[in-house]
Design a protein around this ligand. Structure first.
Ligand code: NAD
Length: 489
């Protein structure tokens, strides 16, 4: 499916270059050496120190709220302040609070008795910082996808190096400045630059590397990490289906799918990528979606609450996906009147009916407000379709019948699922977030993120008085008696 799903998005080349130059000063190898040295000085930060770091992160966000919103808006061209607040600032702050509330417990060793034959020894699992962690950030939610993994890595007591996206030059420059102001070098450092810098970054001998981005670049990152045996968490993309079952509350399903799809104008890794629905409901979906879009975004073309497409190249890619589908026989249903204008990059929410498997729009991750409607004859066909494709990052199922939902859950594999809604599973602190197969590996968020960035180190503590010496060589009668008991003979 998404072999070539890298989303291209050159912003103004001049801005990107100047931002890259300004931050070329932070040399990745130098920053890594500083982090490694700092970690060696203090390999196991206590909870008060980790708390201070998390508070510093919260202050960084709170004190610079307006600048953050403005930088991201400027990078996108038009990113509503409300979306940045709801989808980036709120989850970031909320995850920090969750880590502050539970981190001390996550850090505690988990103690147990040893197995029966080893008593009275004890065992424990000791969560230990891995050391120096790398985080590579994409452009679509540049704050949250930087802060989210950073919280987990800091809560777990690590030093962190971050590579921000070159396609959000204003925000990446601001973030580098703010981090430098709030954290000593060696604790957290931000490296900005182009794909060449990204390659150098991924080749550093990190103790763990978390990458968020496309499947194609994810492969390169994993290859680079393999040279150092650096473990990776890959947070990738893909085509996330929304399935409308036979017993769905139809209007509700259409509304939640359109809301989830149109946040950030569809430039969301877990946005519904296509809809599987009963064949006879296709016309009703188009009518309901048109009405909902008119309610959500009146006068959409000039409505500043609807995000623009982040770059010229990405806008052109979406246009060509739509046009190629139409040329191959699909019908495009624009849900709002928007004059084609590559200068403003406002792309109308558009449904595509009559799509076919070979169309590019059914092969590539869409990452924009185009939504193919894939009609099914039976739910069985729909589930078989999903199962025959690479495992998606998210799956949405709309149905009020428990058995239908459970069957869907059992027959499909996905990174995460929301039932009767879209997007919201990502916002649950107690759920791990990550993909499976082509949509990624590993997970983070909350305690799962803490574990991702910790060595959950098993420790066996022998008791002073114990019987293990009875099994020492030379093996004689005592050994034979003991082994009979152990083998249950
Ligand atoms: P991308 O893969 O083009 O770039 C992501 C980051 O990787 C950037 O910082 C870039 O500088 C860096 N990079 C580029 N080449 C590299 C290389 N050879 N080695 C190491 N790093 C390199 O992705 P993007 O276009 O910024 O983001 C869009 C993609 O990200 C979509 O596929 C989307 O689904 C996915 N995504 C996934 C999640 C998730 O949580 N799973 C979240 C957001 C976006």
């Amino acid at each position: 499916m998404i072999e070539n799903n890298r989303i291209e998005h050159p912003v103004s080349a001049a801005v990107a270059t100047s931002a890259a130059q300004r931050h070329a000063a932070v040399d990745p190898a130098h920053a890594f050496a500083a982090a490694r040295a700092a970690q060696a000085r203090e390999p196991f930060p206590d909870w008060p120190l980790r708390t201070r770091r998390l508070h510093a992160l919260e202050a960084l966000i709170r004190d610079n709220h307006d600048a953050i919103v403005a930088a991201i808006s400027a990078d996108f061209g038009r990113r509503p302040a409300e979306e940045t607040e709801l989808l980036e600032i709120f989850p970031s702050v909320s995850c920090i609070r969750h880590a502050l509330k539970h981190g001390r417990r996550w850090m505690r060793p988990r103690r147990h008795w040893a197995g029966f034959w080893f008593l009275p020894a004890r065992t424990e699992i000791l969560p230990q910082p891995l050391g120096v962690v790398g985080i590579i950030v994409p452009w679509n939610y540049p704050l949250y996808l930087a802060i989210g993994p950073l919280i987990d890595a800091l809560a777990a007591g690590n030093r962190v190096l971050m590579k921000m996206s070159e396609y959000t030059p204003r925000f990446s420059a601001l973030f580098a400045e703010l981090v430098a102001k709030h954290f000593p070098a060696g604790e957290v450092a931000v490296i900005n630059g182009d794909a060449g810098v990204a390659r150098t970054f991924a080749a550093l001998p990190f103790d763990h590397l978390l990458f968020t981005g496309s499947t194609a670049v994810g492969r390169e990152v994993m290859r680079a990490a393999a040279a150092n045996l650096t473990p990776v968490t890959l947070e990738l993309g893909g085509k996330s289906p929304a399935i409308i079952g036979p017993h769905a509350r139809f209007e509700h399903a259409v509304e939640r799918i359109m809301v989830g799809k149109l946040l950030n104008a569809g430039q969301t890794c877990i946005a519904p990528d296509y809809v599987l629905l009963p064949r006879e409901r296709v016309p009703a979906f188009i009518d309901a979606a048109r009405a909902i879009v008119a309610t959500l975004y009146p006068q959409l073309a000039s409505n500043t609450q609807y995000a623009s497409i982040a770059s010229d190249r990405h806008y052109a890619r979406l246009t060509s996906l739509r046009d190629a589908a139409v040329a191959s026989g699909a019908t495009a249903h624009a849900l709002a009147d928007v004059p084609t204008n590559p200068a403003t990059r406002v792309f109308p929410p558009t449904l595509l009916s009559g799509v076919d498997e070979p169309m590019r729009v059914m092969q590539e991750e869409i990452f924009g407000p185009l939504l193919p409607l894939v009609a099914y004859a039976t739910l069985d066909d729909a589930l078989a379709y999903v199962a025959a494709h690479p495992h998606p990052l998210a799956l949405y199922v709309f149905d009020d019948d428990r058995t239908t939902v459970d069957t869907t859950l059992a027959r499909t594999l996905a990174g995460g699922v929301s039932v009767n809604d879209t997007i919201l599973h990502i916002a649950q602190h107690h759920l791990p977030f990550g993909g499976v197969g082509a949509s990624g590996m590993g997970a983070y968020h909350g305690e799962d993120g803490f574990r991702t960035f910790s060595r959950m180190k098993p420790v066996f503590r022998q008791a002073r008085w114990n019987a293990t010496g009875a099994l020492n060589p030379p093996y004689g009668n005592t050994f034979r008696r003991m082994i009979k008991i152990l083998l249950g003979r």
